[in-house]
Ligand binder design. Sequence first.
Ligand code: SAM
Length: 238
Amino acid sequence: MTLEIQVLTVFPQLFETFLDTAFVGQARAKGLATVEVHDLRGWAQDRHRSVDDTPYGGGPGMVMTPEPLIPAIEALAGPLGPDRACRVVALSPQGRRLDQAGLERLGAERSLLLVCGRYEGIDQRVLDLAVDEEISLGDYVLSGGEIPAMAVIEGLVRLVPGVLGNPESAQIESFGGDLLEGPQYTRPPDYRGRRVPEVLRSGDHEAIARWRRAEALQRTRERRPDLLGRRGSDETES
Ligand code: SAM
């Protein structure tokens, strides 16, 4: 199944290199994902191609207006209403914080429209009428939804079967289960007196798997004990 993503933004140029690079570029070239970026100003009505206006009630900055946002969303995702085939996601610091389970849930959608805010944000009526959910990258404020949208796209593309060379990669990585991934090493075997753990060079695959699991558990206990037992595995903090 092809992952179909559309993006609505006032800065489409931000996506240019991103869409042609690394796994996202490869997934698009192989037809495993499509990503279309649309310039919101294409739906603007006035000769200045405005997308924002001053906030009612006063205050700093500008707010993105329902015109042209709602007509743009309708054109890209279909008429408003529960039967719409495309899930509309607005990037917002007030949204549900993105995590791996959230990416897996979004990845099950056939088609997604990512709406990038700018300025002071989006008029509430757009969120009420035309957006299915709001997603945040974390508890901090960026200037726009474009980088959060890229994070969502990159995270989703990794989950599409056939994108990662080794499909196991996505499962054994941090957050694939209840554990962070343990430490990893490559050549040289000795770097400035720091040696690669002998077990990793032993060729004993069972011993390596046991060592990796123990390291992952220890790292998770130290750094993210809140993850243990969260995703229904038998991992518990003991
Ligand atoms: N006034 C808004 C507030 O206090 O919640 C913040 C607006 S922010 C400057 C402009 C846009 O950047 C938002 O509409 C959103 O699209 C995007 N944005 C900023 N921080 C984000 C975050 N942590 N996660 C997702 N999107 C974010």
